[in-house]
Design a binder for this molecule. Structure first.
Ligand SMILES: *Cc1c(COP(=O)(O)O)cnc(C)c1O
Length: 356
């Protein structure tokens, strides 16, 4: 077996996607399944489509083009504010894009007209997280200008939280979005059928029956893939959390002190970690490192193992308490959180294996 290997359980992803679809459908919310966290791998995309979801979102046009070529019937939304320089591809391969900048929208309108098309857009409203979006008080002026453009069709409004400002979705900020939509519909006498209320972290409002009426679209990645809502710091217990498992091989096994010996500088990544003194410990070095995976998002499957640290190519695990026998050549397994999945699917050094 080649290692490191990322084992992807497609059945668990399909189950999670079905479950999320069902929860959202009950509240008349459409799910846009987000594929950027796993480089839109076609096996995983197929598992999501098999769940009955036919609306996908991604931040990278290369991913969208790849999936559209294989599954032309799916609807795709560009979820990163798109670049002016990729307008032709975005208009050609996506059905909707999230937008926030007047100059970009103007460029997309011009390009769409030159292609004989009309491109659907959702205007992002900043409700406090301070990543993309127009401030609520500036939305009307901007929409006035958008409605004058012939190459774009304003489908609705959207919000994003939990990313830059780590602001969590609340009844209050979701209501700001709905109020903006209502105001725009009235001022301009238009219909804005889509109100996109955020990502995985917005599911909490739904599950607590607090989602304000009017939100009718959510863009979900993390919950479907790893069964977690890291913004709110919770595991979603009715979903699988272990669809992505990393397996790596032990290349050294030794008993060593837990505190490094000598004068201290910085580690390979510019940090000065603390090393608590636990005496002599049995430590396994594994052939995988920070070049492949964000180790902070790994959890050993064996609860009695502990990750001590890592450099570019080495991961060090304390196996002193392990009931499982560990020796050079042993394979150790880890559950992957979102950022571990993201890095592992991006690394060319990691093999991918699919379990249906
Ligand atoms: C990544 C992203 C999402 C999906 O977020 P999850 O937390 O994985 O559900 C939704 N919307 C936008 C704009 C994103 O960039």
């Amino acid at each position: 077996m080649y290692t490191p290997v990322l084992e992807v359980n497609l059945g668990k992803i399909r189950y999670n996607a079905q479950k999320i679809k069902k929860i959202c459908e009950k509240s008349n919310i459409e799910v846009c399944a987000v594929t950027k966290g796993f480089c839109a791998d076609l096996n995983i995309v197929e598992a999501i489509i098999d769940s009955g979801i036919d609306f996908l979102g991604d931040s990278r046009i290369q991913n969208i083009i790849k999936v559209k070529k294989k599954f032309p019937h799916v609807k795709y939304m560009m979820i990163r504010i798109p670049k002016i320089s990729e307008a032709e591809e975005v208009i050609n391969y996506t059905d909707i894009s999230l937008q926030s900048q007047l100059e970009v929208i103007e460029a997309y309108s011009q390009k769409a007209m030159s292609m004989g098309k009309v491109h659907n857009i959702i205007l992002m409203i900043d409700v406090g997280d301070l990543r993309e979006g127009v401030m609520p008080e500036d939305a009307e002026e901007m929409v006035g200008k958008i409605l004058a453009m012939k190459g774009v069709n304003l489908l609705g409004v959207g919000m994003n939280v939990g990313c830059y400002g780590s602001i969590i979705p609340t009844v209050e900020n979701a209501t700001i979005l709905i109020d903006v939509r209502n105001r725009l519909e009235k001022t301009f006498n238009i219909k804005l059928p889509v109100v996109s209320g955020g990502a995985t972290c917005s599911l909490k409002l739904l599950r607590e029956n607090k989602m304000p009426k009017g939100i009718n679209n959510l863009r979900i990645g993390e919950a479907i893939l790893v069964g977690e809502d890291s913004t709110n710091g919770i595991m979603l217990e009715d979903l699988y959390q272990d669809a992505f498992i990393l397996k790596a091989e032990v290349i050294e096994l030794r008993e060593k002190p837990s505190v490094p010996i000598g004068e201290r500088g910085y580690d390979a990544f510019g940090n000065q970690p603390e090393y608590p003194d636990k005496g002599i410990r049995k430590r396994a070095i594994l052939a995988v490192g920070r070049q492949d995976v964000r180790i902070e998002a790994l959890t050993p499957i064996c609860p009695d193992m502990e990750i001590l640290g890592a450099s570019s190519d080495h991961l060090i695990v304390d196996v002193t308490e392990s009931k499982e026998k560990v020796e050079p050549g042993s394979i150790i397994a880890f559950r992957c959180g979102y950022s571990a999945m993201l890095s592992l699917t991006t690394s060319p050094y990691v093999e991918k294996a699919f379990i249906s």
